[in-house]
Design a protein around this ligand. Structure first.
Ligand code: NAD
Length: 248
């Protein structure tokens, strides 16, 4: 039997990158998957026998409530949606701060609030939240707002794990290092001018990884499969680092 057979998973931001890789990995592990993204067109290539797709903007609290009702019983909630703000404290604006906390944190408050009652009613469930090593775990240059939001994700994760530990609900967060996804490609392009070239900007991201390479979305997805499955049923409240040695 596959690791996630008989389970249903709900994923936010599954249109590309780590969310997309995780939707595919969950399905490969036997789960039924509801894969959502604000950009429904990005979900087209995901539709399969085990994967159902739906548009969902995680900034829309009412839409999250409707999506939870439409999804039916869900065993695994993977909150993957998040936005990387690049900049120091002096470069950050109030509007950027508010937007990042809305997207990276409040969205998870709303999805967990929407899916928890169903999990509690059925005696358990698994919540995975996407954090980062750029958080309370590691200072990373020009990640002032981003690190604050991801530290908050770790805090929410520990809090939820604590409050529901006797109810069969496990809540963990994933803390990747630098992973080659479409949004990282955008950040490389944005940094090209300051770095001198695209190649130099890419090399700077690789240089901060002691293993000398970027992570792949499928490597993060494999961790998500493990944490979502019963093999990990003694793990809760943890910020699991998967970073190619960035925090060493
Ligand atoms: P990405 O940034 O390339 O893609 C993000 C996806 O989120 C897109 O499909 C986009 O359409 C969707 N999205 C944007 N706004 C949305 C909204 N309001 N509602 C729903 N979906 C929305 O993907 P990624 O780089 O794999 O990042 C995914 C998560 O992993 C993020 O939380 C990110 O902070 C985190 N993370 C990424 C890295 C990395 O190096 N890529 C490292 C650590 C953590």
């Amino acid at each position: 039997m596959s690791a996630l057979s008989g389970k249903t998973a709900f994923i936010t931001a599954a249109g590309q990158g780590i969310g997309q890789a995780t939707a595919l990995a969950f399905a490969a592990a036997g789960a039924r998957v509801v894969a959502t993204d604000v950009d429904a067109a990005k979900l087209d290539e995901l539709t399969s026998e085990l994967i159902r797709t739906a548009a969902l903007d995680v900034l829309d609290a009412a839409a999250i409530t409707r999506a939870a009702a439409d999804a039916g019983p869900v065993d695994i909630l993977f909150n993957c949606a998040g936005f990387v703000h690049q900049g120091t404290l002096q470069e950050a604006t109030d509007a950027e701060w508010s937007f990042a906390f809305e997207l990276n944190c409040r969205s998870m408050f709303h999805t967990m609030r929407a899916f928890l009652p169903g999990m509690l009613a059925r005696g358990g469930g698994v919540i995975l939240n996407m954090a980062s090593v750029a958080s309370s775990l590691k200072g990373v240059p020009s990640r002032f707002i981003y690190s604050a939001t991801k530290a908050a994700v770790i805090g929410m994760t520990r809090s939820v794990a604590t409050d529901y530990v006797t109810h069969g609900v496990r809540c963990n967060c994933l803390c990747p290092g630098t992973v080659l996804t479409p949004s990282l490609e955008e950040r490389i392009t944005e940094n090209a001018q300051a770095a001198g070239s695209i190649d130099a900007a890419r090399a700077a991201f690789v240089a901060r990884q002691p293993m000398g390479r970027l992570g792949s979305p499928s490597e993060i997805a494999a961790l998500a499969v493990y944490l979502a499955g019963d093999d990990a049923k003694f793990i809760t409240g943890q910020a699991i680092v998967i970073d190619g040695g960035l925090t060493l």
